[in-house]
Design a protein around this ligand. Structure first.
Ligand code: MEV
Length: 311
């Protein structure tokens, strides 16, 4: 065990294609965002394992508030390492706005699991960091697919099918070896927790299973087509599949006026494709650019259209 503060970080993510349908077994593609990060630090000392997340006004001891997601995550991390909890303070700060669909909760969980493990003298494998974060994600979101914690723990583009091991490995994913597309990200400034839209889709699916299954199949088909386009760097085809995916998400009822408005602004400014990304009804959209010059035009267009933040 160390006697000084130990810091570990984790990235953010975007869903390129396939959100919501991925909860129902269809494939999805997610990309890491390395420049937006969560930092978790563990400082030794005190009488208990204390958790401090000032961004979300959280201050509590692991054992006295044992059902909170980060308390569960800390306990499971110590258990995985076969280590009784060591007194210390875990402090978390993130660049990722909460409920903006950039993976803030999964990023916090992965960074914390890594920092606690490092505090105990271990570096977590991505598979273990992802699995631990998934336990916290289930408490935050109800029935997450696992895509957020997976892409964040591996920090690589992922092709994800819920619960399906990748060929030849024990991981539920296939890591895509593809060139990263040039994406501009526009934030609506509207914060909507993922569990809200995931819950609404579930109620819709329960009421009209046939219609929802058909939409999920159509989304799954756009994801397969998007992967084929990604693998040959066909950005025009990828953009068309992103547009088609957005239209299907509108039919699922998870887009909103603000997201549609930013997607239209990006398309009018020449984006190859644009769609909401993640849980929806707010948060972020993504627009695909052909090159850096076009990306700058898209940034300007999104700012002019009222985006709260453009990346
Ligand atoms: C969230 O990033 C993606 C959703 O499909 C939820 C999930 O997969 O858990 C909306």
């Amino acid at each position: 065990m160390t006697t000084t503060a130990i810091v570990r970080t984790a990235c953010a993510k975007v869903i390129l294609c396939g959100e919501h349908a991925v909860v129902y077994g269809r494939p999805a593609i997610a990309l890491p965002l390395a420049h937006l990060r969560t930092r978790a630090a563990v400082t030794p000392g005190g009488r208990a394992f204390h958790i401090s997340a000032p961004d979300i006004h959280a201050e509590f001891d692991m054992t006295s508030d044992a059902t909170r997601p980060l308390a569960v995550l800390a306990r499971l991390t110590f258990e995985l390492l076969g280590q009784p909890p060591i007194p210390g303070t875990l402090t978390v700060a993130s660049d990722i706005p909460p409920s903006s669909h950039l993976g803030s909760s999964a990023s916090v969980a992965v960074a914390c699991a890594r920092a606690i493990a490092a505090f105990c003298g271990h570096e977590l494998q991505p598979q273990d960091a992802g699995n631990l974060a998934y336990e916290a994600e289930k408490i935050y979101h109800g029935s997450p697919s696992g895509i957020d914690n997976t892409v964040i723990a591996w920090e690589k583009p992922v092709w994800f099918v819920k619960g399906q091991p990748a060929e030849g490995g024990n991981s539920p994913i296939a890591l895509l070896d593809v060139q990263t597309p040039i994406l501009v990200i526009g934030d609506t400034g509207v914060a909507t927790p993922t569990r809200v839209t995931v819950g609404d889709v579930r109620r819709g699916w329960e009421a009209e299973p046939g219609r929802y299954e058909q939409l999920f199949d159509q989304i799954g088909a756009t994801v397969i087509a998007a992967r084929d386009a990604l693998q040959v760097d066909d950005w025009h085809a990828l953009g068309a599949h992103m547009n088609a995916n957005h239209a299907l998400l509108q039919q699922l009822g998870v887009s909103c006026h603000e997201l549609d408005h930013l997607c239209e602004a990006a398309q009018q400014a020449g984006a190859l494709g644009a769609k909401m990304s993640g849980g929806g009804r707010g948060g972020n959209m993504i627009a695909l650019a052909d090159d850096e010059q076009q990306a700058e035009q898209l940034r300007v267009a999104l700012r002019n259209a009222g985006a709260a933040r453009v990346m």
